[in-house]
Design a protein around this ligand. Structure first.
Ligand code: CA
Ligand code: CA
Length: 303
């Protein structure tokens, strides 16, 4: 196993088939990836004017990484081994941003110190839940801005994409062209103010190519749960897609009929919001790994 390092000098602003690889790795290699925050670390003061920001440098991802042997139709398994955060994050909102964008009169910035697995917000110490906002592979046909989620992953802003999980992504171009960025020290489901606690970070991932696995992606699993993630123009459509992906996967893998597969999710599944503030909305369906395994479905063993 080889360990590579990729610095935050290698940034992309869209995931696409024509991006030149910043790093070549082999399936099974580990990469330690440094990221900037979603503003490319441009905000260093609560008094900073929004007008001084270069909006062409928003939502960068570090990459892309070419994984040898990854071919269209394969799945890229991303094991998120470690997330190391910087010592402060930033939150912003304002007119036309987030769920309250129609009521907010001015832009507001908060710097959020992060120490010892906690953060300071509104004068209180609060727990953090480090997570990756932007993570994906290159779409096949055209570039998608890193601020937009989709079937390729991208800006899913799913708080369950965190240390200790495996994320399955589609391979649509040779080498997959994997990239990630937009870490959050903390974010709740919805990301309602348009941001999490935006923060620079270093993320350690292991990248493995899976062949002949016709599974719905993006999919996430850890020791406790399996989740399908879907993005669409409306939350209703995203919720429907996430549910259908999980239903059809259970149906095919466990040889259930459609009604029974649906009953299982209706009884034991949880349909949740990831985010409602990006150009497409994102939802996920969660099911306990216990039921997946009792139904005889084996998840890839990536140790
Ligand atoms: Ca984001
Ligand atoms: Ca973000």
């Amino acid at each position: 196993m080889t360990v590579h390092h990729l610095s935050s000098q290698h940034l992309i602003y869209a995931m696409g088939p024509d991006n030149a690889p910043a790093l070549h790795v082999r399936s099974g290699d580990v990469v330690v990836i440094s990221t900037t925050d979603c503003f490319e670390n441009q905000i260093q003061s609560e008094k900073q004017e929004f007008g001084t920001l270069d909006w062409d440098r928003i939502n960068p991802a570090t990459g892309p990484i070419f994984v040898a042997g990854a071919e269209p139709g394969d799945i890229l398994a991303v094991s998120i081994e470690k997330i190391d955060l910087d010592n402060h994050g930033v939150m912003t909102t304002g007119p036309n941003l987030g769920v309250l964008g129609d009521e907010l009169q001015e832009n507001t910035i908060r710097l959020v110190p992060v120490t010892d697995d906690q953060m300071d917000l509104l004068g209180h110490r609060m727990p953090i839940n480090p997570m990756i906002g932007v993570i994906g592979t290159a779409p096949r046909d055209s570039s998608v801005p890193c601020g937009t989620p989709g079937d390729h992953g991208g800006n899913m802003d799913c708080k369950r994409i965190t240390e200790g999980v495996v994320l399955l992504l589609p391979v649509q171009v040779p080498g997959a062209l994997f990239a990630l960025g937009d870490l959050h020290a903390a974010m709740g489901d919805g990301e309602v103010a348009v941001c999490g606690v935006e923060i620079a970070a270093t993320v350690t991932v292991r990248l493995q190519v899976l062949k002949d696995l016709d599974w719905p992606v993006p999919m996430v699993f850890d020791n406790h749960e399996v989740m399908t993630i879907a993005s669409a123009p409306t939350l209703d459509e995203a919720a429907t897609l996430a549910t259908k992906h999980m239903t059809h996967w259970l149906q095919a893998q466990a040889h259930l009929n459609l009604a029974d597969s649906s009953f299982l999710l209706s009884a034991q599944g949880n349909l949740r919001i990831c985010q409602v503030v990006d150009p497409l909305k994102t939802a996920r369906m969660e099911i306990s790994r216990t039921w997946v395994e009792k139904l005889g479905i084996s998840l890839p063993d990536l140790r």
